[in-house]
Design a protein around this ligand. Structure first.
Ligand SMILES: Nc1nc2c(ncn2[C@@H]2O[C@H](COP(=O)(O)OP(=O)(O)OP(=O)(O)O)[C@@H](O)[C@H]2O)c(=O)[nH]1
Ligand SMILES: [Mg+2]
Length: 358
């Protein structure tokens, strides 16, 4: 047996173990090999959920080298998208959004649908973690091969986070999900962001005492296609029914929306499952009405235009503010302003003039 005179170790054994380590390393590397965009797209189109997750991770990546790939992936998937019903769900923390999605999602799966759940959580832009799309309240959806759940992307701005979610919709649709549910908590502008990417926008509420319309942001009522009063069970059933009447009366005061759909109010218990099928029937009625009057398609086109402009705006802003020359100039001008040497308007004009010639 050849031995190393310095260490007295069996040289051939060492060589074998080194060779096998290298082989394992090579094998692991080949397993980790990044799929090409075409391979990834093909797997997504075959409904492979691991690839769908990988695809979403790719488009959420901030690495510039991933950006190009992500755009190619979306473009490849786009012809296979657009064939789902997109539902937005909002409501204050604790109203029962996750429980509602679990119950509605399970019902839809029983009806043979494939359901994807995405989330937009603006607080994750601050905490860099995501609290929505929480899987603990969606146990049966998590287990079902017919469901796909993805928590909120994190990011620096709501615009950026929303854009990632919107792009994720394309991948989910290409993977054959019939129903896309987007959950958001009513913070900041997140409801407007979700509203701008869904076909049907649903506001979950709880029955409370007094004037039901108080404490609700006016803009949300105008966005909602349905107001659902959740937790209509036990002692809460009667107050929920009363709240339904109040909301229905109040909604009649609003003018009919462009889609000729007057928002409806319903009650349900996400926990017990009552009223959920009625809500699904309501959504189907909405899809039918707006498909017939052309609004469904028109709305999606308008949303696309909005996203085109939004993306341009976001990218212009980020290329402006991230330019090292602009960053330096900005801080110089701010100092000059503090010393009363320049007005904000003159400073803005100067910076913009320089940017135009960069
Ligand atoms: N009685 C009753 N309780 C419910 C119902 N729906 C949800 N809950 C309970 O309300 C609590 C909050 O439910 P979630 O589904 O986590 O609420 P959420 O809106 O997703 O909350 P956040 O994710 O924190 O915004 C849980 O304890 C649920 O069990 C319902 O229909 N009836
Ligand atoms: Mg939740």
């Amino acid at each position: 047996m050849p031995t190393d005179p310095n260490t007295n170790k069996d040289v051939s054994q060492e060589a074998i173990s080194l060779a096998s380590n290298q082989a394992i390393h090579r094998f692991k590397k080949s397993q980790q090999k990044e799929l090409s965009v075409q391979e990834l797209a093909a797997a997504i189109l075959k409904s492979d959920t691991t690839s769908l997750s990988k695809g979403i991770t790719l488009l959420e990546s901030t690495k510039p080298s991933h950006n190009q790939k992500a755009q190619e992936l979306i473009e490849t998937c786009l012809p296979h998208a657009n064939n789902s019903v997109r539902i937005g769900i909002t409501g204050v923390p604790g109203v029962g959004k996750s429980t509602f999605i679990e119950t509605l999602g399970s019902l839809l799966i029983k009806k043979g649908k494939k359901v994807a759940v995405l989330a937009i959580d603006p607080s994750s832009t601050i905490s860099h973690g995501s609290i929505l799309g929480d899987k603990t309240r969606m146990e049966s959806l998590v287990r079902s091969p017919m469901a796909f759940i993805r928590p909120s992307p994190s990011g620096k701005s709501l615009g950026g986070v929303a854009q990632k979610t919107r792009e994720s919709i394309v991948l989910c649709e290409a993977a054959g999900y019939d129903i896309i549910i987007i959950e958001t908590v009513g913070v900041g502008q997140s409801e407007t962001a979700v509203h701008s990417m869904v076909d049907f926008f649903l506001l979950l509420k709880l029955a409370g005492a007094g004037d039901e319309l108080q404490g609700i942001k006016r803009g949300i009522i105008e966005m909602a296609d349905a107001i659902i009063i959740n937790k209509a069970d036990g002692d809460n059933l009667l107050p929920a029914k009363k709240a339904k009447n109040q909301f229905s009366k109040a909604l009649h005061l609003y003018p009919l929306a462009e889609n000729s759909w007057s928002p409806e109010v319903q009650i349900c218990s996400a926990l017990e499952g009552s009223g959920i099928d009625d809500i699904w029937q309501l959504i189907l009625k909405y899809v039918k009405t707006t498909s017939q009057n052309g609004f469904f398609e028109k709305n999606r086109m308008q949303q696309n235009e909005f996203w085109l402009l939004q993306t341009i705006e976001d990218q212009l802003k980020s290329s402006f503010y991230n330019h090292p020359k602009i960053t330096r100039l900005l801080s110089e001008k701010i100092t000059a302003m503090r010393d009363y040497k320049i007005t904000p308007f003159a400073a803005a004009k100067h910076i913009l003039d320089i940017y135009k010639n960069l």
